[in-house]
Design a protein around this ligand. Structure first.
Ligand SMILES: *[C@@H]1O[C@H](CO)[C@@H](O)[C@H](O)[C@H]1NC(C)=O
Length: 102
């Protein structure tokens, strides 16, 4: 999945996310994010958001270096250009579209 977000300089930042993932209630799941070619995560602040359905409010989950907030824990490795979100003990209502953002 590709998401495009404009940045202040008017350039286009491309983040690449892992595709659809299915899990069962209680079974941890990991979502992954990388930057597009030529971009480095170290130049950006990385975030995870989610939106449960069209027009629902967008919910902020966590950002780089945040401590675990409840069941959501991000992990950041700039050298690997890798940013992930682990959801431990997922609930049925964690079904959502998750967005990595830079
Ligand atoms: C999901 O369900 C739990 C427990 O039933 C509740 O505490 C939580 O607020 C719900 N989350 C959302 C996003 O609806």
């Amino acid at each position: 999945m590709k998401h495009y977000a404009p940045c202040a300089a008017g350039l286009t930042v491309v983040v690449l996310q892992s595709g659809d993932q299915l899990t069962h209630p209680g079974v941890s799941v990991m979502l992954e994010c990388r930057m597009g070619p030529g971009l480095s995560m170290s130049s950006y602040t990385m975030y995870w958001y989610r939106q449960s359905r069209y027009k629902a409010p967008i919910e902020f989950l966590t950002k780089e270096y945040d401590k675990a907030t409840g069941r959501f824990q991000s992990s950041f490795d700039t050298s690997k250009n890798y940013f992930s979100l682990q959801i431990t003990e997922p609930l049925l209502n964690d079904s959502s579209t998750y967005y990595c953002a830079a």
